[in-house]
Write a protein that binds this ligand. Structure first.
Ligand SMILES: [Zn+2]
Length: 277
């Protein structure tokens, strides 16, 4: 690793854990494999505007390329993660929004498909959980996804992830249950006509128990290019903001991606797949 920054370290740690976890790969027919889907709807929940790119960028690109509808729901505005003493929260939120939109554009997902819940970075665990769950629940009822991508809740999430990751993992999981029963948030049906919905399939990322491997070799370049759009997450921009990415940083991202996504002669992403989660 040539680029010493928190994002690369944390993402790499998650990928390393996933890669070294015991293999319980699911055997599925082609029609059951999400990378073969066409014309379906998928929602990716992410605590920050970058976890989705780093953990799911490959499958997001494949799904978009295959004419599926991909929605991205972002819990926080990510407005605190800068070491630049001249940075303000307001400016950083704007930068992070633009970077996420640019990353999604590389992946074939338009900014109209991004929903920002707008919580303050680092404060998700201190938000009103009932309200937060209701917002996630409402979006599930609205989008009615064939599959949801979200952080894997559990031991690893609690031990390793920061507050927003823990909360996003648990709240999304709790929203699955709330979306299934109309009496949890009856106003969704009464005010907006949003009927209850049972999420049929979940893919958990940052998982220590992956059982589903996606070959992202054909879109690996796009994943690297999308990751590189998150300029302010990487040095030297992390310490002194500049919208330009140095060649050295780009090389660091590519090296990281190559090292941690390579499995044999392929590049992969790994998830824990769960039916009726
Ligand atoms: Zn994050």
């Amino acid at each position: 690793m040539t680029t010493p920054n928190l994002i690369l370290l944390t993402a790499a740690a998650a990928m390393t854990m996933a890669a070294s976890a015991p293999s319980g790969e699911q055997t599925l027919s082609d029609t059951d494999r999400i990378e073969k889907w066409i014309g379906k709807t998928v929602v990716v929940f992410t605590p920050h505007p970058d976890d989705d790119t780093f953990a799911c960028g490959g499958i997001m690109k494949i799904l978009a390329r295959n004419k599926n509808k991909v929605h991205v729901v972002i819990y926080t505005n990510d407005n605190k993660g800068s070491l630049d003493l001249d940075m303000t929260r307001e400016r950083l939120a704007q930068i992070r929004r633009a970077e996420e939109e640019a990353a999604c554009e590389v992946l074939g997902i338009s900014k109209e498909n991004i929903t920002w819940l707008g919580y303050e970075d680092g404060d998700l665990e201190y938000a009103d959980p009932q309200r937060l769950r209701g917002e996630a629940c409402r979006l599930i009822k609205k989008f009615r996804p064939d599959a949801v991508f979200t952080i894997d809740p559990g031991e690893h999430t609690v031990q390793w992830h920061k507050t927003d990751h823990r909360m996003a993992a648990n709240i999304t999981q709790d929203a699955f249950i709330a979306a299934e029963w109309h009496l949890y948030y009856p106003q969704h049906l009464l005010d907006e006509g949003l009927k209850p919905y049972r999420v049929p399939l979940a893919f958990y990322y940052y998982s220590t128990e992956p059982n589903y491997t996606v070959d992202i070799t054909s879109v690996f370049e796009e994943k690297i290019r999308a990751s590189a759009k998150h300029v302010s997450q990487f040095e030297p921009s992390l310490s002194k903001y500049t919208p330009d990415m140095s060649e050295e940083t780009l090389k660091g991202i590519r090296d990281w991606g190559t090292k941690h996504a390579k499995e044999g002669d392929k590049f992969v992403e790994k998830f824990r797949r769960a039916v009726e989660p």
